[in-house]
Design a binder for this molecule. Structure first.
Ligand SMILES: [Zn+2]
Ligand SMILES: [Zn+2]
Length: 315
């Protein structure tokens, strides 16, 4: 395998790892270093452990629900967490897969999630849009003019929260990575969505939501792909058929380009957003928090986003 960099495209081929005599599979442009399969894997795991410890994300006795789509991010997260937790904490890990009902895509990723949880000995729950909301995403999108990723994101979040609450989870771990997080900040800027941009996600807990943890937030998407490949975690999986139409797909190209030319930019984008939300916390009064009139989830309006979406469809 030729070394790849964290940015878009390949850098010069320099065949050996900076830490040992093995061939390099990765060039890290920010730290200007080459890593072999073993040292890349160790480095990714170290960053996950550092983040877990630095933010006090796991406590003894915790029951942690992990959102396992079956794609590479959540599969790598499950694989790393299952080992790290066994070694360091007395906590329980339970995988939850949400089946949105996307024909030609979901069957294969669910199969991949099932075989991974079996291999790791992790208990696994599968919940579906059909059983929770009485419809599949495919059907929703043919019957209503909705933005696929927005509608799916709202309903998937609700499905995962409900399933986590059903198993009395203390936290929900998701596979969001550094590239995803930088893209989300850029998307909020480009949409002019300052409410989201200034939102402090740590406040969600105070509002009655289950704590959410993102242990892969210091790892680039490309590093996760490589980690998955060299450790045999997932095979080739289909892309979500709706992903290509998304605004995020364009922003991903933009973010990858910026990261390639200015290594470390993604990290600075996220740090910038964190300072903004801290500043905003001092000056902006928090909105009033109520509970959804339909499902009882904490929310700022009369009903939560998921119930609002479903009610609009039934009108
Ligand atoms: Zn090495
Ligand atoms: Zn609701």
């Amino acid at each position: 395998m030729n070394p790849v960099s964290a940015g878009a495209g390949e850098r010069e081929t320099i065949p050996y790892c900076d830490n040992c005599d093995d061939p390099a599979v990765y060039f890290d442009p920010r730290l200007q270093r080459h890593l072999c399969e073993v040292h890349l894997s160790q480095d990714v795991e170290r960053r996950v452990i550092d983040r877990l410890a630095r933010h006090g994300m796991i406590h003894d006795g915790d029951r942690i629900a992990i959102g396992l789509s079956g794609g590479k991010d959540s599969s790598v997260l499950l694989s790393i967490l299952s080992r790290v937790i066994r070694e360091r904490w007395d906590a329980e890990l339970i995988a939850i897969t949400v089946d949105e009902g996307i024909a030609g895509y979901r069957e294969e990723t669910i199969q991949s999630a099932v075989s991974l949880t079996k291999r790791l000995g992790i208990s696994h729950h599968i919940v579906s849009f059909q059983s929770l909301f009485g419809t599949t995403l495919d059907f929703l999108l043919t019957a209503h003019p909705l933005r696929a990723c927005t509608a799916c994101g709202i309903l998937r979040k609700k499905a995962l929260s409900d399933a986590a609450r059903d198993i009395s989870a203390d936290s929900i771990a998701t596979g969001h990575n550094l590239s995803d997080a930088a893209q989300s900040v850029l998307m909020n800027y480009l949409r002019g969505d300052f409410e989201r941009l200034l939102r402090d996600s740590s406040r969600r807990e105070d509002r009655g939501f289950i704590r959410r943890i993102k242990p892969l937030l210091d790892v680039h998407e490309k590093e996760i792909t490589l980690y998955s490949m060299v450790n045999g975690i997932t095979g080739m999986l289909p892309e979500c058929p709706y992903a290509t139409t998304a605004f995020r797909a364009e922003v991903r190209t933009l973010q990858a380009g910026i990261e390639y030319h200015y290594p470390g930019a993604s990290l600075r984008i996220i740090e910038g957003q964190e300072s903004l939300s801290k500043q905003a916390k001092k000056t902006v009064r928090p909105g009033t928090v109520g509970y959804c009139a339909s499902c009882g989830d904490p929310c700022s309006g009369h009903v939560c986003q998921a119930c609002g979406l479903l009610q609009n469809l039934n009108k």
